[in-house]
Design a protein around this ligand. Sequence first.
Ligand code: EPZ
Length: 421
Amino acid sequence: MAKLLLQKSGPLHGEVSISGSKNAVLPILAATVLCSEPCELFDVPGLKDVDIMCRLIESLGAKVERNREENSVAIDPSGITGHVAPEELVKMMRASMVVMGPLLARMGKAVIPLPGGCAIGDRPIELHLKGFKALGAEIDVSKEGVVTGECEKLRGANIYLDFPSVGATENIVMAASLAEGTTVLENAAQEPEIVDLCNFLNKMGARIKGAGTDTIKIEGVEKLHSAKHVVIPDRIEAGTYMLAAAITRGVVLIRNMLPDHVKPIIAKLRECGAEIYQTDEGVIVKADEGTLRSTDIKTLPYPGFPTDLQSPFMALLTTVEGQSAVIETVFENRYMHVKELKKMGADISVKDRCAIIRGGAKLKGAKVAATDLRAGAAVVLAGLVAEGVTEVSQIYHIERGYEDFVEKMAGLGAIIKRVED
Ligand code: EPZ
């Protein structure tokens, strides 16, 4: 298995360019299943999760052509005849669930063999199923966890989400796009990735209003047509490099990012004493040794502080003087990185959903694991400032969500190497 070897790297400096958003392109790829004409996507990141989603829609009968040099994907969904998501692909990626809405809408049936939970939580899907039932689908979940849906023709409905689930919002919006009549989705997720998905659906001829607010109105249409779309930059990747600059007390220019999508990170980094400048070239993050101070963060659905940056931000907080509190409200078990950071000498204690960080201790290199995608980023950031060598295992998690991670970090002066075990 591959590992990352890191050493204390000194202040990062230089510039990095952000790739297309993983969490936008995955539902957008699934949305092509709704269409019966060719579509083309640009700024598609070269990630393992994207490979899996492309293989999934190919398994249903779509033709998919990746151009990795140009980061583009051409999809011809006209040949889709399947409605069963292959178990081996779904097991590799929970986000496969978002093909269910498009399959119900396009094929009238869907079979998704869902995996159980993962490192960060049980990942239930009852809100997705509540939406599909409201739209008129018959839903069955076998004791093995295989989800089956059938419907003659989906019909518009008024749906309230008990929690603004990103995946449930995406699935229901896509299913409703081809339903008969109008759907109003209340307490919808407001993430930028939802807006990007709805922009793509509207380019294909869907009639969706309110994306980015808590109420989305979808007027069903007969069919969707060809569209081209440039995927938005990945706000979580952008936040990760902002935190890499801050934790190493460096100066980094981050190109191709949308500051509006990372307002909580900008606010919290400024609270810590980092300097953030928005320029025509991109966002500059600058932090000096000794000037950073502690702060508290609480994760919330967008526009609150993003849960996906909780663990990388915690890594920063272990290096600043003072006590910080981190409260994770979105996932029930997203502190797997705490054990790993403590192996490096961090002083963190967790009670229920609150972690208390007593910052300022000198971190030391250790053998740690990437327990999930973002926890992996957190231990890498810590490894950049820890004395000695840090060895990170299970890095396939990191490679699922950060394009050219080693190259981009090394380009900023990080002492980082990928080795096969
Ligand atoms: C998306 O996951 C993202 N993944 C996650 O990013 C992100 O952390 C999450 O949204 C929250 O922002 C993709 O977009 C591919 P949710 P998703 O449904 O859709 C509960 C990363 O690192 N819930 O909003 O699965 C659920 O248990 C990944 O890139 C229900 O209770 O997130 C969780 O506690 C990690 N019932 C909370 O909602 C449901 O039916 C948020 O889940 C659905 C969800």
